[in-house]
Design a protein around this ligand. Sequence first.
Ligand code: WT7
Length: 688
Amino acid sequence: MPMETANMFNPASKVSKISHCSSMEQYKQMHDKSLKDPEAFWGEITKEFHFEEKVKGKFLDYNFDITKGKIFVRWLEGAKTNICYNCLDRHVLAGKGDQVAFYWEGNDPADAEVVTYGELLKDVCRVANVLKAKGVAKGDRVAIYMPMVKHLVVAMLAVARIGAVHSIVFGGYSADSLADRMMDAQASVLITADAVWRGPKLIALKEIADDALKLCSAKDLKVKMNLVVQHMNKVTAPQPASNGTAANGNVAKKTHFDDKGNFKVNWDPSVDVWWHEALSTVSSECDPVWMDTEDPLFMLYTSGSTGKPKGVQHTIGGYMLYTATTFKYSFDYHQGDVYFCTADIGWITGHSYVTYGPLLNGATSVLFEGVPTYPHTGRFWEIIEKYKVSKFYTAPTAIRALMKFGDEPVKKYDLSSLAVLGSVGEPINPEAWLWYYRVVGDSNVSIVDTFWQTETGGHVITPLPGATPCKPGSACFPFFGVDVALLDEEGREIKGEGEGYLVFCRPWPGMMRTVYGNHERFETTYFKKFPGFYCTGDGARRDSDGYIWVTGRIDDMLNVSGHLLSTAQVESSLVEHPSVAEAAAVARPHSIKGECLYCFVTLTEGNSFEDKLIAELKNKVRSKIGAFASPDFIQLAPGLPKTRSGKIMRRVLRKIAVGDKDFGDISTLADPSIVEKLFELRPKESKK
Ligand code: WT7
């Protein structure tokens, strides 16, 4: 092992001692095998799962070169399986029905529930039967818009059990966003909940879903059923804030609850069905539908640089092998571990590492409904102590937000159970890495900085916690089956040290297969720029020791709190406001979110730039996309810096956003004087 220095940290010995992969030699040997003989490598892994029928065709077949024809990827041709069966039945049949699948921890510490594999299976079968009774069949799309409750896991697995396709929309998205996604997917059923408390705030999911359904029916999408979980009567409402200010929740209590304290919902008996009522009338058994490995499992929408979200589609077999294997190796999962991933299931991290990866491994996890700072800033650490969590997975934005409160809220709890700490969503800055390692991990853990994307399905570049000496800020080395390259602008491969476009040379089992309903968009987005390679859209550097450092997006995307947004998507929301003629959005660094939105707006004739308009514009983005996308800054732009061909020079806007006058060459602008004007007009708050 290399000498441990301030820039190099060896795996914790308590992890390497027992790990599935415990040295760099072993990693290299396994990685080599996975590339040289994918069939032998992944074939061995398929043995751990149930396949109703074995591979009959090619184990792997693909084309990554757009100049040679259609892009396609197929793993395990001819085999049949069911991922829900592999997540649940397989374990129950092996006698693990009483093992805890999830410790559900509510928004309020008073609310908690334990769910076993056996119970999960029964509920999944019930929901599957409810869906079947409504005519949902193989290939149909079911939209899910839910809080972090066990019913969400049940819903997705029930959909998978009957061969339908789930499309989960994060519960922080607006009615417009939900409707857009439901329309694109042509979803015939929606599953939601009445509402949820997120910290002190009420999110009235059913109300938002009702609005979305209205938008859908206006566009002729016939939704057969809205299956609604009654959640509010089971949870503890937030207490009034101790500092005397009315917590958001108090206002919601007046508007959304009746005199007896019951949560109010509008009810349309032609579509709305209570979950608990529907489940009480059906059997708790339901045969799984045996699916082709390349049948779709789910789609999950992600931002695209055109502004229109794209339905990233994953298929069953490869995704199953990949999420199971990455979960096992990246977190070095062993029976007896308690694993806690703080991501919402509405994002890919939750799909792969709250639901599928852990359940495929028969793991015990914490499912947390709340937020890191409610009712106090030690909430994560309290949960880790309570359940003796050994493997913990969160995002840099959460780490940075919690770092602000100092070490004391962490040190109040016994976190000695921790062994592996994971990070995902954006490059983790070394300061946050070190705090995570020293304060949360007491310098006796392995940190895994996992790089991946909605598109990759699972970790593609990551340390292995028992093997890889880590450098804070580097995601280190490719996972098994992943063949990384860095390319220059001309598509030439950069060998050894250097920086360029991060691409992958061949398919790994968990990668997306298409963009739902638009295969051409899949091909142009990921395969057109460099024929023969999957292009991530990120830049990366390889150092002299071969470590990969992901440097961030190189397209018009920004990463707010670990979630991608496209500038085009934000701009199109802004220009919907009648006072806005043109808009440009750029990323500005933010100490907690990583990046935040800084928007420039050109107004239509006769409008003035006032606080009221700024508030309206922020609201516009919230209602078109969701609250998490709300811009931090909006500034007036009498004009935008455009080249003579009309292309907005975003690098100049990014400089203005941070108050940096080092604009570089602006001589190609149609009107260079606009840059100075924009600099003058920066809002006061942005100068801090
Ligand atoms: C983009 C994908 C994968 C789950 C969460 C986000 C950035 C993600 C890392 C990391 C550096 C990272 C990349 C990537 N990213 N993890 N460990 N180090 N960058 O999923 O919304 O599909 O975003 O997030 O820019 O392309 P996503």
